[in-house]
Design a protein around this ligand. Structure first.
Ligand SMILES: [Zn+2]
Length: 203
């Protein structure tokens, strides 16, 4: 079943948005990457793979190939969730590196190259290009987002939403690191209403 609602990008870090590609926005759990089409959609919404590449993959894939890829993506997601949940709340150190072998195995499959190109401003620029040789290559930018998360993000401020049944994760970039909720309109509001009701009961 494909997801009826747009995917959530509330994490402020793509590596965490990937973990949030399964969530329970209202009452029912939605997995945005529960099949091949869902995965391609999510990659497009996340801005990780150009639309023309996705269209070519859609057209060229063997039956079942993209669904199998979505299975790999979910597997990767749940493995990485284990790492993030075990390590969030404190600064990451190289001591955790051995737990990331699986990520390095993924990144090692990249076949990128560099090229010089014309920029819109009329100057010459340099860019990295990815060879999208197989459906598996669609997972490479996801791996890169994870690599950025573990190398650039302060894990002290990688947090889980405090909503009692919420599973969403985010990087708290607020001043003073005061963010507690996936979003104020969802869990933040529910908590406020609950506190209000509790106060009303006391008086
Ligand atoms: Zn929440």
């Amino acid at each position: 079943m494909s997801a009826p609602t747009p995917a959530m990008f509330i994490a402020d870090a793509t590596g965490l948005d990937f973990l949030n590609s399964i969530a329970t926005p209202v009452n029912a759990t939605v997995d945005w990457i529960d099949n091949g089409e869902g995965l391609l959609d999510w990659l497009e919404q996340a801005g990780l793979v150009p639309s023309d590449v996705l269209a070519a993959m859609r057209g060229g894939a063997m039956p079942g190939e993209l669904d199998a890829l979505a299975g790999q993506a979910r597997d990767l997601r749940e493995w990485f969730r284990g790492f993030v949940l075990a390590n969030k709340g404190q600064a990451l150190t190289a001591a955790s590196l051995h737990q990331l072998d699986r990520l390095n195995a993924l990144l090692a499959r990249d076949e990128g190259f560099g090229r010089v190109v014309a920029r819109e401003s009329g100057v010459i620029g340099f860019e990295r290009v990815r060879r999208w040789t197989s459906p598996e290559s669609l997972l490479l930018p996801v791996g890169e987002a994870m690599a950025k998360l573990v190398s650039e993000e302060d894990f002290s401020y990688v947090k889980a939403c405090e909503g009692p049944t919420c599973t969403l994760l985010f990087a708290d970039h607020t001043r003073g690191h005061v963010r507690r909720w996936c979003s104020m309109s969802a869990c933040g509001n529910r908590a406020k209403q609950l506190a209000h009701r509790q106060r009303a009961r006391v008086t």
